[in-house]
Design a protein around this ligand. Structure first.
Ligand SMILES: C[S@@+](CC[C@H](N)C(=O)[O-])C[C@H]1O[C@@H](n2cnc3c(N)ncnc32)[C@H](O)[C@@H]1O
Length: 219
């Protein structure tokens, strides 16, 4: 098992892994593979189930530490959240999800993983969770809505620390079905640049996700 350039993310035979939290030893989240090496337990991270894993395999690099605080928008049932929870083991993941059914799964996950704070809310209304979410090091968003750019920028304005980073998963067809994927990514990139944020990278997620890209920015 080799540490990658990203803290807490490991690679073995072209596959990604995170080290399972000690409190969750033996526990799977989405039927991922558990493997053991040097008394540590690692969870396989499936790039077809997690766009962040796909982006990392496509060479996305960013700074994350065991103490990072992350605001995660569009957490669903917690597949990707669980791997971020492994990475920021002494930090916190504030996980926002507006579907009550998915948020219930997140709640169950947060009982096993003390560093996840599930929030049943609409990310369009950042002011509603402003009272429990502090300024964060990383904002990650995976929401396939037409106004995903606006949602991301509003949350960045309210929660991203100076010199923090933002990672947005863009679904081209949600932006505008009539545009080619690259034109849709440019449109979102233009929105971001207008806010004086720096785009560091735009990574197409194929073959893991069709017509999706990861946009990495810094404040
Ligand atoms: C593509 S899924 C996310 C998958 C998840 N990020 C993962 O990798 O495990 C998108 C999620 O965003 C949620 N969502 C959509 N609009 C939202 C909004 N306005 N606020 C919060 N969550 C939203 C959906 O309910 C859905 O669970």
């Amino acid at each position: 098992m080799k540490q990658t350039k990203i803290y807490g993310v490991y690679q073995k035979n072209e596959k990604l892994f995170t080290e399972n939290l000690p409190s969750c030893r033996g526990v799977k989240v989405y039927n991922e593979r558990l493997i053991h090496e040097k008394e540590k337990e690692f969870r396989s991270w499936n790039p077809y189930r997690s766009k962040l894993a796909a982006a990392i395999l496509k060479k996305l690099t960013f700074t994350i530490t065991p103490y990072s605080t992350v605001l995660y928008l569009g957490a669903a049932t917690g597949t990707t959240v669980s791997h971020i929870s492994d990475i920021v083991k002494d930090g916190t993941v504030f996980a926002v999800e507006n579907s009550p059914i998915a948020a219930n799964e997140l709640l169950i996950l947060s009982r096993q993983r003390g560093n996840i704070i599930p929030i049943l809310e609409d990310a369009n209304h950042a002011e509603r969770y402003k009272i429990f979410v502090p300024s964060v090091d990383i904002i990650y968003q995976d929401i396939s809505q037409r106004n995903q750019g606006e949602i991301f920028l509003e949350n960045i304005k309210k929660f991203l620390k100076k010199e923090g980073i933002g990672i947005m998963m863009v679904k081209a067809r949600s932006i505008d079905v009539s545009l080619s994927p690259s034109k849709a990514y440019d449109l979102v990139a233009h929105q971001i640049k207008k806010q004086k944020l720096n785009i560091i990278d735009i990574i197409d997620l194929s073959p893991y996700e069709k017509d999706h890209a990861a946009i990495l920015l810094s404040s």
